[in-house]
Design a protein around this ligand. Structure first.
Ligand SMILES: *[C@@H]1O[C@H](CO)[C@@H](O)[C@H](O)[C@H]1NC(C)=O
Ligand SMILES: *[C@@H]1O[C@H](CO)[C@@H](O)[C@H](O)[C@H]1NC(C)=O
Ligand SMILES: *[C@@H]1O[C@H](CO)[C@@H](O)[C@H](O)[C@H]1NC(C)=O
Length: 421
C-alpha cells in the first residue's frame, strides 16, 4: 500500500505539473501574441465593441500562429495543423450529449456532417438548416462551431446540419464548394429521415462559409427537380475576389481579426496557393480593363451608401492589369468563387436573404453590394448591421468574460428570422 500511495502522489504531481505548465504556456502565448500584434500595427478604432476583449482574442490567435511557426521550423507540427488543433480542441467549447438535442456525426455523400435534432415532439415536419462554418476555407470545423449550432437548433427547434468540408491548403477549390453542395443535396433528398420538410430548407454560413452558402444557393436555382431553397443566411460573407479597394477594405484595413491582406491570402489559398501574388491582387493587377468596366455597375463604390464612406474613402485609381497575374487567378472571376459576379438571370431566382454585416470588417462592402444586387433584382433581403462589430464577432457570443453582447443580440436576431421561415 505504501507503493500504491506513492504512485498516487506521483500521479497527482504529474497532473499538477501538466496543469501548471499548460497555464504558463497559455499565458506566454497570450503575452507573445498581444505584444506582437501591437507591434504589427493592428488598428482598433474607437467605435469597436470592447477593444480590450478584442485585443486579448487577437493576441491569442497571433500567439498560436507564432508558436505554430516555431513548431513548424523545428519540424514538430505544421503551423496550420497546430492552429487548427488549438481552435478545434483547446478553445472550442463542446460537450458531448445534450439534454434537448439528439446529436449525430454522419457522412453525407462521403462528407462528414453533424446533425442536431431537437428532442421535443413536433406535430409536423421541421425546417432544416444547413450550416457551413467560417475560417478562410483553411480553419474551422464542426467542433469549433458546435456551440453556435446547438444554440440555433435549440432556439429555433430546427434540424441543423453542420458540414466538415475539406480545407485548404491541402485541398483547393472547388472541393470545399462541392462538399457543401453534395451534402446539401443529400440532406434535401433524405430530409424525410430527419423529420424535415424539404420545402423549408435554409442554407447558411459565416465568412468563408457565407461565401459557400451563397454559391450553393446560386447553383441550386437551376435545379427544377428540387424544391427551391427557402432562405439563405449570409453572416459577414466574403463574396468577391476582384476589388480589394472598396471602402471597407480601405477604412481600417488592419482591424482584428481579419486584415485585408489576410483576406486575400485566404482567397489565394482557396483557389491555388499563389500567395506571392497578394500585393498584385490588392492592387487589382489581376483584373483586365474590360472586366473592370463590366463589373463597375455591380462593384463600383457608387453602390455603397454614403453613410458607409464617412470613415474616409478616396476612390482608387484604376491600374493596368498584368496578363500573367490574371491567368494565374482566373478562378477569382467564377461566380462560384465570387458570387457577387453572377448574372442577373441567376440572382433574380435566389431565395430570401438574411445578410449580416459588421461596420469594422473589411468584408462589410461585399455584404452591402450583394444586398443591393438582390434588391435590384426584387429578391427580399433582411439586413442586420452590427455597428460596433468586427469580423468573426459571432464566434464569441458565449466566451465567458470575453463575450460580446452585440454578438448575442445578433444571434438572437438570426433566430427570430429563422422562426419566420
Ligand atoms: C460531388 O458529387 C458529384 C456527383 O456525384 C461528384 O462527381 C463529385 O466528385 C463530388 N465531389 C466531391 C468533392 O466529392
Ligand atoms: C437526389 O435525388 C435526385 C433525384 O431523385 C438525384 O438525381 C440525385 O442524384 C440525388 N442526389 C444525392 C446527392 O443523393
Ligand atoms: C479608422 O477608423 C477611424 C475611426 O472610425 C477613422 O477616424 C479613421 O479615419 C479610419 N482610418 C482610415 C485609414 O480610414
Amino acid at each position: 500500500t505504501v507503493q500504491h500511495s506513492n504512485l498516487k502522489m506521483d500521479l497527482g504531481f504529474a497532473v499538477l505539473f501538466i496543469g501548471i505548465a499548460a497555464l504558463i504556456s497559455a499565458f506566454l502565448l497570450l503575452i507573445l501574441g498581444v505584444a506582437y500584434s501591437e507591434f504589427t500595427n493592428s488598428e482598433i478604432p474607437p467605435g469597436v465593441a470592447h477593444p480590450g476583449r478584442l485585443r486579448l482574442i487577437h493576441g491569442l490567435l497571433i500567439g498560436i500562429a507564432i508558436v505554430g511557426k516555431i513548431m513548424e521550423k523545428m519540424g514538430t507540427w505544421s503551423q496550420v495543423g497546430f492552429g487548427r488543433y488549438m481552435r478545434d480542441h483547446v478553445f472550442a467549447r463542446k460537450g458531448g450529449e445534450d439534454t434537448q438535442l439528439i446529436i449525430k456525426d454522419l457522412q453525407f455523400e462521403g462528407v462528414p456532417v453533424r446533425a442536431y435534432q431537437p428532442k421535443t415532439p413536433n406535430a409536423g415536419k421541421r425546417r432544416g438548416v444547413m450550416f457551413f462554418h467560417g475560417g478562410g476555407w483553411m480553419f474551422g470545423s464542426i467542433n469549433s462551431y458546435d456551440s453556435f449550432c446547438r444554440y440555433v437548433a435549440k432556439e429555433t427547434e430546427s434540424v441543423v446540419v453542420s458540414v466538415e468540408y475539406h480545407l485548404s491548403p491541402e485541398h483547393r477549390y472547388p472541393i470545399q464548394f462541392e462538399d457543401c453542395l453534395n451534402s446539401t443535396l443529400h440532406f434535401v433528398n433524405s430530409s424525410e429521415n430527419y423529420g424535415v420538410d424539404d420545402a423549408r430548407i435554409i442554407i447558411s454560413g459565416d465568412s468563408a462559409g457565407g461565401n459557400l452558402a451563397a454559391a450553393v444557393c446560386q447553383r441550386l436555382v437551376s435545379r427544377t427537380d428540387l424544391n427551391p431553397v427557402c432562405a439563405q443566411i449570409l453572416i459577414y460573407p466574403g463574396l468577391q475576389a476582384v476589388d480589394f479597394k472598396l471602402p471597407s477594405y480601405v477604412q481600417n484595413h488592419s482591424v482584428p481579426i481579419l486584415y485585408r491582406l489576410r483576406a486575400i491570402f485566404y482567397f489565394l489559398h482557396y483557389i491555388n496557393g499563389e500567395v506571392t501574388l497578394m500585393e498584385d491582387v490588392l492592387a487589382g493587377h489581376h483584373v483586365p480593363v474590360e472586366m473592370k468596366i463590366k463589373y463597375r455597375k455591380w462593384l463600383g463604390p457608387d453602390n455603397i451608401p454614403e453613410e458607409f464612406k464617412t470613415r474616409g474613402f478616396t476612390p482608387s485609381v484604376a491600374t493596368a492589369h498584368d496578363e500573367e497575374v490574371y491567368e494565374l487567378v482566373q478562378e477569382a472571376f467564377e461566380p462560384t468563387v465570387s458570387p457577387l459576379l453572377a448574372e442577373d438571370a441567376t440572382i433574380r431566382k435566389l431565395p430570401h436573404a438574411y445578410i449580416l454585416t459588421c461596420e469594422y470588417d473589411v468584408l462589410r462592402d461585399d455584404g452591402l453590394l450583394y444586398k443591393k444586387r438582390l434588391e435590384d433584382n426584387d429578391v427580399p433581403v433582411t439586413w442586420y448591421h452590427i455597428k460596433d462589430g468586427f469580423h468573426g464577432i459571432l464566434s464569441y457570443f458565449d466566451w465567458g468574460f470575453l463575450s460580446f453582447p452585440s454578438a448575442k443580440t445578433a444571434i438572437d436576431d438570426i433566430v427570430s428570422f429563422i422562426k419566420t421561415i
